[in-house]
Design a protein around this ligand. Sequence first.
Ligand SMILES: N[C@@H](CCC(=O)N[C@@H](CS)C(=O)NCC(=O)O)C(=O)O
Length: 350
Amino acid sequence: MAVTQDPLVLMGVPGSPYTRKMLSLLRYRRIPYRLLPGGRQWATRDKRRFPARPQPKVPLLPTFYLKDENGVEQAVCDSTPLIRLFEEQFQGRSVIPSNPGLAFINYLVEDYADEWLTKAMFHYRWSYAPDIQKASQMLPRWNNNTASESEIADKSKAISALQISRLSYVGSNELTRATIERSFTRFLELFDKHLNLNCFLFGSRPSSSDFAIYGQLTAMALFDPTPSQIIIETAPRVYAWTESMEDLSGYEAFEDDWLELESLPETLVAVLKEIGRLYLPYLEANDIAVRAGDPMLNTELDGQPWVQSPFPYQSKCLRWIKEQFGGLPEPDMTLLRAQLQQTGIMELIA
Ligand SMILES: N[C@@H](CCC(=O)N[C@@H](CS)C(=O)NCC(=O)O)C(=O)O
């Protein structure tokens, strides 16, 4: 897919963590963009302002509209590969560490944020009454703020019913509730400690995994009342970081801002241990269930039972992580193995 130097066009809404991930990344990278409001109502109600656009194969937010080699607009989703595509097309202010080993760790943490932290995001938003209430009120309004109250009420019911039914794919249920919440509060504690000594995950410039974490935290710190209170009370540094991540357009970045792979700070290793302890074992169990065609994933995580509907996309995530590792040059692989020795990560991906 060719990307022209015209402003990028994307569609998204304020409550979508992946939309916020991409907007903040584009601002930091100083890539011009045009944001179209999400939701079909806009497009059908005001064709002059919002001309028809192609539909993606799987409609997700954000959706980017990119011109292909023939100049034909295509609808494309999935932030992680899009970030890599924009790295090729737009020079400077890269969000991928230049050291290949560090770039691998960045890929892994980005995936953890997109696929595991999002479980906490979805869990808090759609299982606590005040959070359900707020999201049900706001989601339909983002799509159509001039709708009548009765239209909004109908949409609110439909949206919350759909999202609550999706909790089974996220893995949020009575059996897993405590594991999801403990894992999230542990992450907050570890990330708060890391941010006490480092501006970002990999040193003094932001990486794609910072933007991925930020995306999920825009929901949990800034929008959903239950996790927001937890974050403000227990990890105020993480809350402040989330707010300041929104617009890093004026933050200058230098090559030597990246950490050295040879001397990863203990606070980052602690975050990686958490990923090795919970997220990778989850991905592996999910992958086995998907490949076996099991109707249910039944496993144990953090010493507790974990039950959810198998998730085929996350099976691909594990494959992609392994491919990223397998594609590393031998010296980087060796160094990475040594650096990640105590994290439990290598045993699960190598
Ligand atoms: N892997 C995708 C995930 C995007 C995604 O799941 N977006 C959510 C909104 S935050 C979505 O569109 N869900 C489907 C829906 O709301 O119907 C990415 O990284 O962009």
